[in-house]
Design a protein around this ligand. Structure first.
Ligand SMILES: *Cc1c(COP(=O)(O)O)cnc(C)c1O
Length: 609
């Protein structure tokens, strides 16, 4: 894996320069520099850095690609898009989406009451709002209120019952009626681990029989003029473009048929989300087989073909891709707290003036390793190790000799592993798994990358610096929860190598990329580790600004959030301490002060540096 696969997942958002990972934009600050600046305030624990310029970039790409495809294909419909709030509802993300989307008329999609309220407040008038997901009558009414405010809102019904509510509310009040969209249930299956949104057993959407019924109901109540959109969503992170083509053919034909049945104001196909993000660091297991260019061409071309064949004018194309828009904008930075098998470092060698001959030979092998010789030398080293152990058991060498031998053999194997990376033989693969180093990271996998835990979804991982030094340690990462699932295991098929670091001497930080979609609100407070500290980084030509810094919750707030009375808690703890025996008054007041300080600090581990 060269350069941690940045050419595969990086999209030129970041670059490696002078051994550091840098933001590839304007003044190109390094992530290490930003991290150290923020940590100067004594901050500990994980940190989310948001880069709104990457949201701006993704929105721009989405519109420019579709607009290009539209003009190249003489397509007469328009391209419109909304950001699905469920992908990231945090204010800094949503504000960046709204700010950078406004000039394109980029709107918001809501799937719950809280999201709808947010969409009503944030969406500029004139930009669209779409509403999906299960609704009750109250949510339908909220949609009417939004329409009354002047919003261009489309309520997508997931079932006939929701259409009945719309008809009822329209009859009961004089508010403006929102546009009506209908989610169609497609027979073509989605793909990937998220694909539960289409097919016979899908959770959402109307069957063809129900579609006909809905048309009849609309006509009967004189409301067919509000029916403007059909909608589908194949599931997130669509891996294969052929899935899209299959569902588009089905949806396109349904659209054309509905037009023929008298849906005169129907003018849009909403293709939902699903545009994939590349998370892979390894060429062999890429997670999507298409680019945005191919995606947009396929949508426009296919819809044009279907409509032309059926003599129907081209529909407007709506997308609700969310992952694609915000995944790249945030990076999780987490300090490494400990390397678990620190004992086999070269600096721990305590060689004697006179060493046993086999140890001298190991030293020589260690010094002379090269890509050509490493396998042979590694075999020699393993052989020597066996002889040395026999010598030890027979009492011919002492414990210091044995320790030196172990360190040297470990060094030789570690270096050989690295040198033979491009030429993996099964024996080396087995050794790699055995000799892996465990890196303890100051964050919670459950809180910060829950999809790793829940869906085995990978994220690109790399250290912030030392990128000009070979990383030779097969690495597995342990988080600080006391749950054995809080581990990112070393996998020989998709290996991660990190550096051998002496954490007493220096700091080491890991970055997790593409964590801006879904992870933040899916994250859970397992072990009461809460949302990481976060800030927004605005990069200009000469430097950068740090905005909206919010520290991770302090211990008292965490407990208060799940229902404890924090002032009572603090008082009780203090009383217990005051009632205990102290040798001096000074010690007592000092301890009280410390206790209070600990409770007002964030809940992550505090390292000395
Ligand atoms: C989740 C969802 C989306 C967003 O999907 P992405 O894969 O993030 O693009 C869009 N539309 C609907 C209806 C959804 O449920």
């Amino acid at each position: 894996m060269k350069n941690y696969g940045i050419d595969i997942w990086g999209e030129n958002n970041f670059k490696i320069d002078q051994g550091m990972i840098k933001v590839n934009y304007r003044s190109s600050p390094s992530l290490l520099e930003i991290t150290q600046k923020i940590r100067k305030t004594n901050l500990s624990g994980p940190l989310i850095l948001r880069f709104p310029h990457l949201i701006e970039k993704q929105i721009g790409l989405l519109y420019s690609n579709f607009q290009r495809a539209i003009s190249e294909n003489d397509y007469t419909g328009k391209f419109r898009a909304v950001f699905p709030l469920k992908v990231n509802q945090f204010p800094e993300a949503v504000d960046a989406v709204v700010e950078h989307g406004e000039k394109f008329g980029y709107g918001l999609e809501a799937g719950s009451k809280a999201e709808l309220v947010l969409a009503m407040e944030k969406t500029p008038l004139g930009s669209p709002i779409t509403v999906n997901g299960f609704k009750d009558e109250e949510m339908v009414r909220l949609g009417f209120i939004a329409a009354q405010m002047g919003h261009d809102i489309t309520i997508t019904i997931e079932g006939i019952g929701e259409l009945e509510w719309i008809i009822d509310v329209a009859q009961q009040c004089d508010l403006k009626v929102p546009n009506i969209g209908i989610r169609i249930r497609l027979q073509s299956e989605g793909s990937g681990i998220w694909a539960k949104s289409s097919g016979l057993s899908a959770k959402f959407g109307l069957t063809s029989t129900e579609l006909i019924e809905a048309m009849n109901m609309l006509q009967e109540h004189n409301m067919v003029q509000y029916f403007t959109m059909i909608h589908f969503h194949v599931g997130s992170q669509m891996q294969d473009i052929s899935t899209l083509k299959r569902v588009l053919r089905e949806a396109g034909n349904i659209y054309a048929e509905l037009k023929k049945m008298g849906a005169d104001t129907l003018n849009a196909i909403n293709i939902g989300g699903g545009l994939a993000v590349e998370y892979s660091q390894h060429t062999a297991n890429r997670l999507r087989n298409y680019t945005l260019e191919e995606f947009s061409n396929s949508v426009v071309f296919l819809l044009r073909e279907i409509m032309n064949a059926k003599g129907v004018s081209h529909p407007n194309i709506f997308t609700e891709s969310g992952r694609f828009v915000v995944a790249s904008h945030s990076v999780l930075i987490t300090p490494v707290l400990e390397l678990f098998s620190h004992d086999y470092q070269e600096k721990s060698l305590k060689l004697k003036e006179q060493n046993p001959p086999l140890i001298e030979e190991l030293r020589e092998l260690n010094a002379l390793l090269s890509p050509r010789t490493c396998i042979e030398y590694m075999h020699d080293a393993l052989d020597h190790m066996e002889s040395l152990l026999t010598l030890f058991n027979l009492g011919h060498i002492d414990l210091l000799d044995r320790s030196n031998a172990e360190i040297l053999v470990h060094q030789i194997i570690k270096k050989s592993l690295y040198l033979s990376q491009d030429n993996l033989v099964p024996e080396i693969e087995r050794l790699q798994v055995k000799l892996q180093e465990r890196y303890l990271i100051n964050s919670s996998i459950f809180q910060s990358i829950p999809d790793y835990w829940g869906l085995q979804q990978q994220f690109p991982i790399m250290p912030l610096d030392r990128l000009d030094v070979p990383a030779i340690r097969a690495a597995s990462l342990w988080d600080i929860t006391c749950d054995s699932d809080g581990e990112i295991r070393f996998k020989p098929e998709t290996p991660l190598y990190l550096h051998d670091i002496d954490l007493d001497e220096e700091e080491y930080f890991l970055a997790f990329f593409n964590v801006g979609a879904y992870q933040e609100t899916l994250g859970m407070n397992h072990n009461l580790f809460t949302h990481p500290s976060e800030c927004t980084i605005l990069i200009n030509e000469t430097g950068y600004e740090i905005e909206n810094f919010t520290e991770s919750d302090n211990v008292l707030n965490i407990l208060e959030d799940i229902g404890y009375d924090s002032s009572k808690l603090l008082t009780n703890l203090k009383n217990k301490l005051v009632a205990s025996d102290f040798s001096t008054e000074e010690e007592k007041s000092d301890t009280l002060q410390k206790l209070e300080m600990y409770l007002y600090q964030n809940g992550y581990l505090r390292t000395t540096r």
